[in-house]
Unconditional design. Structure first.
Ligand SMILES: [Zn+2]
Lengths: 92, 188
């Protein structure tokens, strides 16, 4: 049976390992072993859970900066379709 | 000759056309003016058309981002070489302050809402330009780290460190505004 102090020390070490991975974890950029390790730690660590929640909310807030729909996309798509249909010679 | 053109056109329609909108969004993140972004994507589409018979069909987005990057570097070479400055220096010095100088009490939880989003916006706008660019490419345009690295011509680790430090900066501003716990605070 593990003593309480020992467990706390182990958990703190795990925080130090997991903390720097949280943003990559959120972005889906961790390898599977890291994903498992982070997920297991998040099961019990409130501090890292809050940290992840903060980054998740930041990402969500930033994602609302969606580009406004623009005529430019339509023009570029038409330009691309023209290339796909006729090649650049017809254009130039 | 005619059949080369036909296969080129088919490949272009298959690999390039679906990426036009992403290319334009990315170009907006790379240039100051929407007109420049449109020029850049046009240039990219032409280059892609000419190069497509040498493209192997794997990772079309990364391939197109490489072309877009080369087109952008060319544009800049004609003007100023500021793509080469190192932005990572600036972030260390700025120790916050400014509009978030008042120190509210530190919450135990996140305080999500309109004020949260406003602080995120302001902190995002205050980032050094290269950091803002990486955040925008990943969080707004939806690129992966690898795609952003190809586009910017830097190692993936550089993308990651810029992105993580930029978000950390935003996160610190939230803490300073009393909308998020201080890092390491709050116990467990
Ligand atoms: Zn932890």
């Amino acid at each position: 049976m593990m003593g309480r102090r020992l467990r706390q020390m182990r958990d703190m070490r795990e925080c130090l390992h997991v903390g720097p991975q949280l943003q990559s974890y959120l972005d889906g950029e961790c390898d599977p072993a890291t994903v498992r390790r982070v997920a297991a730690h998040l099961e019990y660590c409130r501090k890292c859970g809050l940290e992840l929640a903060a980054y998740r909310e930041i990402k969500r807030a930033l994602a609302t900066h969606e580009q406004p729909a623009d005529d430019a996309v339509a023009r570029l798509r038409a330009f691309g379709e023209h290339l796909a249909g006729a090649g650049p010679e017809a254009e130039l | 000759m005619a059949s080369l053109d036909a296969s080129r056109q088919a490949a272009f329609a298959k690999f390039v056309l679906p990426e036009v909108e992403v290319l334009y969004r990315v170009a907006l993140s790379m240039t100051a003016q929407p007109a420049d972004a449109e020029d850049l994507v046009q240039d990219t589409l032409l280059r892609a058309y000419r190069a497509i018979d040498r493209f192997d069909g794997a990772h079309p987005r990364a391939w197109l981002l490489t072309i877009l990057r080369n087109a952008e570097v060319n544009r800049h070479r004609r003007r100023r070489p500021d793509l080469l400055d190192d932005p990572d220096v600036h972030l260390e010095h700025d120790t916050g302050g400014g509009p978030f100088d008042m120190v509210p009490p530190t919450p135990e939880e996140l305080v999500v809402g309109r004020e949260f989003d406003e602080v995120v916006d302001a902190a995002f706008g205050a980032l050094p330009v290269k950091h803002r660019q990486v955040v925008r490419l990943i969080d707004i345009d939806g690129l992966t780290y690898a795609e952003a690295a190809v586009l910017l011509g830097v190692p993936e680790g550089t993308v990651m460190s810029r992105l993580h430090r930029a978000r950390k900066r935003i996160r610190d501003r939230l803490a300073a505004a009393g909308l998020a716990p201080k890092q390491g605070g709050g116990g467990r």
